[in-house]
Design a protein around this ligand. Structure first.
Ligand code: ATP
Length: 361
């Protein structure tokens, strides 16, 4: 993708499909499905979540009961859908997959709930985006396995109670803070998924390489892991691009050199920054001396929409400790200067630049 060519209308959407984007947009769903771990044993990392889930599911199985409702929160691509499928597999139960935005009316939810089988897992992705009436119906369904279906309108409307079979709701959200407390409280088990360590991502990559029949050395998977932004989905996607390069330009074997050269072609650097991320940092450092600079000015300098800079580039730069959002504007950290191989201007760190705190003054 050429960032220079992105128009105002398409830049945010295209940014969503970039190689290091965490959403599944543009991914081959069949390949992604083939790479999903099938049980808790195969699921890499997230030790605490795995241990706690394992205990909960074993206990439910031993009692012959349906598992408690589970809420999974965390950034896209960290394995929430995968875990929900594993929960169903471990409980030997079928799974139904839907999402908050797909349920706009309480009737949509009633139709799904009333067709569930006993013990079935209902995976509700983006649960924070459900409509209010549907959310309220869900409270009763989760607690009492019952819903009230409203028949008729106005004063003649009547609520007909409908019994539901016991089921397990697995809700997923990127924004646990947006869930109303009454909904959050109805989950018996809540887990927050963390970004993965490079060593864990290396295991994800080795496993995927094996499934895709790609020969990869430990140094090759380490190189890809370091550029994967803590996210298995990105790791798998980068592996597929590196595999292409290894096939076309070499003998198919992924070494450190091949991985670095391949990801160089796609402009993903050794820390996982892509062209947009670097353009933002470069503008901040070279044009504004490291800031503080307002978001609008920075966006104009980069030639991108405000939203693209704020929502697509900045979260990772902040997470990496390269950029800080301050009340006076965006500020580069010492790590940003070091990453781009530039020297901070004289006087930085003297306390007169407005970023003395970031420079340890
Ligand atoms: N712990 C893990 N071990 C191995 N592979 C993983 C792990 N977590 C995720 N993956 C892989 O990453 C890909 C994305 O995972 P998944 O679809 O479960 O993410 P998600 O959190 O549900 O994302 P979204 O919020 O965008 O739906 C899958 O192909 C899966 O195989």
């Amino acid at each position: 993708m050429n960032w220079d060519d992105t128009t105002d209308e398409t830049s945010a959407a295209e940014a969503g499909e970039r190689l290091v984007g965490a959403s599944a947009a543009g991914d081959d769903q069949a390949v992604e499905a083939a790479l999903r771990p099938k049980d808790l044993h195969e699921f890499i990392g997230q030790e605490k979540v795995r241990e706690q889930l394992d205990l909960m599911l074993r206990a439910a199985r031993a009692r012959g009961a349906t598992a408690d409702h589970v809420l999974l929160s965390g950034a896209p691509g960290l394995g929430k859908t995968t875990l929900s499928m594993i929960i169903a597999a471990e409980m030997e139960a079928p799974i139904r997959i839907t999402s908050g935005p797909a349920i706009q009316h309480a009737g949509d939810l009633a139709a799904i709930l009333s067709s569930l089988q006993e013990g079935e897992v209902l995976f509700l992705d983006e649960i924070h985006r459900m409509s209010r009436p549907a959310e309220e119906m869900l409270y009763m369904a989760m607690e009492d396995f019952r819903v009230d279906v409203i028949v008729g309108k106005g004063p003649g409307a009547t609520a007909i109670p409908l019994e539901l079979p016991p089921f397990t709701l697995v809700g997923a959200t990127t924004r646990a803070g947006l869930l109303p407390p009454p909904l959050r409280d109805r989950f018996g088990f809540t887990a927050h998924m963390e970004f993965y360590e490079p060593a864990e991502l290396q295991l994800v990559i080795d496993r995927s390489a094996h499934l895709l029949d790609v020969t990869i050395g430990a140094d090759g998977s380490a190189e890809i892991a370091g550029r994967s932004r803590g996210t298995p989905r990105i790791a798998n996607r980068l592996l597929r691009r590196v595999r292409d390069y290894a096939q076309v330009k070499a003998d198919g074997v992924v070494t450190r050199e091949i991985a670095a050269a391949a990801l160089g072609v796609y402009e993903v650097d050794e820390r996982g920054l892509d062209r947009l991320d670097r353009a933002v940092l470069e503008a901040l450092l070279k044009l504004f001396g490291g800031g503080p600079v307002g978001l609008s000015t920075l966006s104009v300098a980069v030639g991108e929409e405000r939203e693209t800079v704020e929502e697509v580039a900045e979260p990772f730069l902040v997470r990496e400790g390269l950029l800080a959002r301050t009340p006076r504007g965006r500020v580069a950290t010492p790590a940003a200067w070091a990453h781009l191989g530039l020297a901070p201007p004289q006087g930085r760190g003297s306390g007169t630049s407005g970023q003395g705190d970031l420079f340890g003054a």
